[in-house]
Design a protein around this ligand. Structure first.
Ligand code: F6P
Length: 361
């Protein structure tokens, strides 16, 4: 039988199952069997670990979070150190993968993953393995695609949290700091901040300082809005020498944990009032995908299968609204898509008086 392989790699996110289902449903219609490898690329090598996927065992999973195939962002397949340093996969590992393809008669492999996982797919392709990429990350920091699935669901989760924190902030006239995900990019913070009506948004792309943040909070006080919600991306950088709350930034990071804690501790000290911090963490990666992510993931799955049938290997599906198109994996990986200062979201936020903690706010 004609066979296609599929795997989910890297950190999980809502919509992975919807892609798997999209692949399986269309593959079945085109007469393909689908081999689902478990735990990302790990399932391809000793001990080879897979399950046959069919309409029955993928029924009703479009709205399920996580991935029925499991995933990992650890293990033997690492093609990247940090954001841009390439690491060669060992030759023996590639040989093992080739042998798995041969033994299981895999015509092509659909790799669903973020930048690190797609960098592995890129090396597979260079070694002559037939792969198709599907971009995934809640952070939305992949280039060559307008949106990766999972992002909308993460923003929905963060927005819901901000809505809830907003009302308790009002009741207690408090400052609430919400730390959202986004290791290298502020997309989640920006979108959830706008959607949730935050007063301040702090992101890695815009240098900020505490004086400006305090100023914004005090300005709100004067306008009789004696509460503030501050959204901070986990990857936001602390201002150089900006802490006066009695500890150096390095130590504070170690002692208090994430940036959200540090910001809230510092603001409490500077403003001499109650500040609370909530770190949303992996909540943003769990639960059912939004309708947007279900559709995007399904379109990705169906399009990836079509590319595979057309033998357009080495390509990645990409959302270029309103179309799904194919771009070379090579061109898509290793390029961080950060928020730019001329982004319409940033522009709109500024127009509304949301502060980024910088001089332009
Ligand atoms: O890359 C997506 C992401 O959600 C980041 O925002 C976050 O820093 C990271 O994954 C956490 O990954 P994990 O806890 O699974 O190692």
């Amino acid at each position: 039988p004609k066979r296609v392989g599929v795997l989910t790699s890297g950190g999980d996110c809502p919509g992975l199952n919807a892609v798997i289902r999209g692949v399986v449903k269309s593959a079945t219609r085109f007469g393909y069997e689908v081999v689902g490898f478990r735990r990302g690329y790990e399932g391809l090598v000793d001990p080879v670990d897979y399950m046959m996927l069919d309409r029955k065992n993928t029924l009703g999973i479009i709205n399920q979070g996580g991935t029925i195939l499991g995933s990992t962002n650890k293990g033997r397949f690492s093609a990247r150190k940090g954001v841009d340093q390439r690491v060669e996969l060992p030759k023996e590992l590639i040989q093992e993968v080739k042998s798995t393809f041969r033994v299981l008669n895999i015509e092509g492999l659909i790799c669903i993953g973020g930048d690190g996982s797609l960098a592995v797919a890129e090396q597979f392709e260079e070694h002559g393995l037939p792969v198709i990429g599907v971009p995934k990350t809640i952070d939305n920091d992949l280039s060559s695609t307008a949106f990766s699935f999972g992002f909308d669901s993460a923003v929905a989760c963060a927005t819901d949290a901000i809505d809830r924190l907003y009302t308790t902030a009002i009741s207690h006239e408090r400052v609430m700091v919400v730390e959202v995900m986004g290791r290298h990019a502020g997309w989640i913070a920006l979108h959830a901040g706008i959607a949730g009506g935050a007063g301040v948004i702090l992101i890695p792309e815009i240098p900020w300082n505490f004086e400006n943040v305090c100023q914004k909070i005090l300005e709100r006080d004067r306008e009789n809005k004696r509460f503030s919600v501050i959204v901070v991306a986990e990857g936001a950088h602390l201002p150089e020498g900006g802490l006066v709350a009695g500890t150096s930034s390095g130590n504070a990071q170690a002692r208090l944990g994430g940036i959200g804690d540090i910001v809230s501790h510092e603001l409490e000290h500077r403003l001499n009032r109650e500040v609370r911090c909530v770190i949303l963490g992996h909540l943003q990666r769990g639960g059912p995908p939004t309708n947007f992510d279900r559709c995007l993931a399904t379109m990705y799955g169906a399009h990836a299968l079509r590319l595979l049938i057309q033998k357009k290997f080495g390509m990645m599906v990409s959302y270029q609204p309103p179309m799904i198109r194919a771009v070379p994996i090579k061109e898509a990986v290793g390029k961080l898509a950060q928020v730019t200062l001329d982004n319409s979201g940033v522009e709109a936020a500024r127009a509304l008086g949301i502060s980024f903690g910088d001089i332009d706010s």
